[in-house]
Design a protein around this ligand. Structure first.
Ligand code: MG
Ligand code: ZN
Length: 177
C-alpha cells in the first residue's frame, strides 16, 4: 500500500463508468458499466505512487431518484470489484447528494476535494483532477490541483491538459504524472 500524499481525483460518470447521459443517473449497480480505460488509468496512477479518489455529484439523491445508502452501496461494490478483480484500491469516494446551490461540495465547488484532502492529509498542489465536464476542471482548479479534461476538442476549457477520449487518458497520465 502506498502512503503518498499526492492524489488523482477522478470524476465518476463518464470517467469511471459509462455516462448515463445528460439529465440521467445511474441508480442501480446493474447500470454501472465500468470503463476498462479507467482501470488502465488507475493502474498507472497507483504505479506512479499517487493515491486515487472519486469525487462525484449525485443530484439524483436530492431529487429522490435513489437513496444515498444505495449510492454508497454502489461505491462499495465498485471498490470491491477494483480490489478483487484488478488489485487496485481507491483511497476514498466522495459524493455530493445535494441539489444545486445549497452546499459547498457540489462541483464546481471544491468542497469534496478539500474534505478528502483534509481527511487523508493530501497535498492538493501535488494532486490532479480528471473529469469530463468543465465543472470538474473548475473544482480542481479551485482546490489548487492540476487538471485534465476528457472531452472532444471543440469545447473551450481552462484545463491544464486535455484528451478527447478516455482511450487517450492512460498515455497522458504516463507522460505527466
Ligand atoms: Mg462526468
Ligand atoms: Zn453537496
Amino acid at each position: 500500500m502506498h502512503t503518498s500524499n499526492r492524489c488523482v481525483f477522478f470524476d465518476r460518470d463518464g470517467i469511471v463508468n459509462v455516462s448515463p447521459g445528460p439529465g440521467n443517473y445511474v441508480t442501480r449497480w446493474e447500470d454501472f458499466h465500468l470503463l476498462p480505460e479507467f482501470v488502465e488509468a488507475l493502474r498507472i496512477v497507483r504505479a506512479r505512487g499517487y493515491q486515487a479518489a472519486i469525487v462525484t455529484n449525485q443530484r439524483a439523491v436530492a431529487r429522490g431518484l435513489v437513496s444515498l445508502a444505495e449510492v454508497e452501496a454502489m461505491h462499495r461494490r465498485l471498490r470491491d470489484l477494483l480490489l478483487k478483480s484488478y488489485s487496485l484500491d481507491l483511497l476514498d469516494v466522495a459524493c455530493c447528494p445535494h441539489d444545486k446551490g445549497v452546499c459547498d461540495c457540489r462541483k464546481p465547488s471544491p468542497g469534496m476535494l478539500l474534505a478528502t484532502a483534509a481527511r487523508h492529509g493530501l497535498d492538493l498542489a501535488a494532486s490532479w483532477m480528471v473529469g469530463d465536464a468543465e465543472t470538474d476542471i473548475e473544482a480542481g482548479r479551485r482546490a489548487g490541483c492540476r487538471t485534465i479534461l476528457v472531452k472532444d476538442a471543440e469545447a473551450i476549457s481552462k484545463a491544464d491538459w486535455r484528451v478527447t477520449a478516455m482511450k487517450d487518458l492512460p498515455a497522458l497520465l504516463e507522460r505527466v504524472l
